[in-house]
Ligand binder design. Structure first.
Ligand code: SAH
Length: 249
């Protein structure tokens, strides 16, 4: 499966392009595993001054992104079946489940806001879903669009060096990832847990699962929904003193 074609629509292409060229993303694009395009919304402004924003009806602070150039920019890249996503703090908050859903699309059009935000009719006319990367406010959608792009494209086979690694990440199995260690075996008196050096794969797996469960129960108990835990998981949690997970409820 190839990933979706990603289109980032922005007033500041210079902000996003260097990131897309660097690192694993750039390599994946050069290897043609991914297609990522950046479109300058201002190029679609038809008036003499190339205005892309204007003052809000009803008054208030900040400028509002205008309909004409923004909708024209979306229409210029839109292919049938495209999913249009307007980055916005009002949107559905991105999580790994949504990342998986987006990775299965054929085209993602990521619309970056600036200033006070979008004229509401841009969202209506393009059928955009609003998408947030968290409950805080950025000055523009560019960093958010890069977050979405990186999270989605790392699921595309071949983008990461090691094809099985995304399956072991935090959240994928509903849990946070266990601690990781590499050489040296002792650093400033801190030892790598013995079991990881034992070569006993079953014991290593058990230890890692238990550590994942421990971290998730301590930091993100909200992730331990019914259905995430199996019987062995409940036993492992009980060993850690987390008795309240002893039954599925
Ligand atoms: N007035 C708007 C915020 C505008 S911030 C409001 O209160 O909802 C300017 C732009 O930054 C937004 O249009 C959006 O594209 C982007 N942005 C800000 N915070 C974001 C977030 N948490 N997730 C995604 N995009 C965000």
């Amino acid at each position: 499966m190839a990933g979706p074609r990603v289109d980032i629509l922005t007033l500041f292409p210079d902000l996003v392009e260097p990131f897309l060229k660097g690192s694993l993303l750039g390599q994946a694009v050069r290897k043609e595993l991914l297609e990522i395009h950046v479109t300058d919304i201002r190029a679609f402004a038809s008036d003499r001054h190339r205005t892309v924003d204007d003052t809000p009806y009803g008054g208030g602070d900040g400028m509002v992104l205008r309909c004409e150039p923004t909708v024209a920019a979306v229409e210029s890249v839109h292919t049938p079946g495209a999913r249009v996503l307007a980055l916005s703090p009002r949107g559905r908050v991105l999580d790994q489940a949504l990342v998986g859903e987006l990775a299965a699309e054929t085209q993602l059009i990521l619309l970056c806001g600036r200033y006070a935000g979008f004229d509401e009719r841009i969202l209506q006319e393009t059928g955009a879903d609003e998408l947030s990367i968290g409950d805080y406010v950025l000055s523009g959608g560019e960093t958010a669009a890069l977050v979405v792009t990186e999270a989605v494209t790392r699921l595309v086979p071949g983008v990461l060096g090691n094809p099985i690694s995304p399956l072991e990440d935090s959240f994928v199995g509903g849990l946070l990832e266990h601690p990781l260690y590499t050489r040296p075996s002792v650093f400033r008196g801190r030892e790598v847990p013995e079991v990881l050096r034992s070569g006993n794969h079953a014991e290593v797996e058990r230890y890692r699962r238990q550590e994942s469960l421990r971290l998730t129960a301590e930091r993100r108990p909200d992730l331990l929904e019914p259905g995430v835990l199996g019987e062995e998981d409940r036993r492992l949690l009980q060993e850690l003193g987390h008795g309240k997970y002893s039954r599925d409820s």
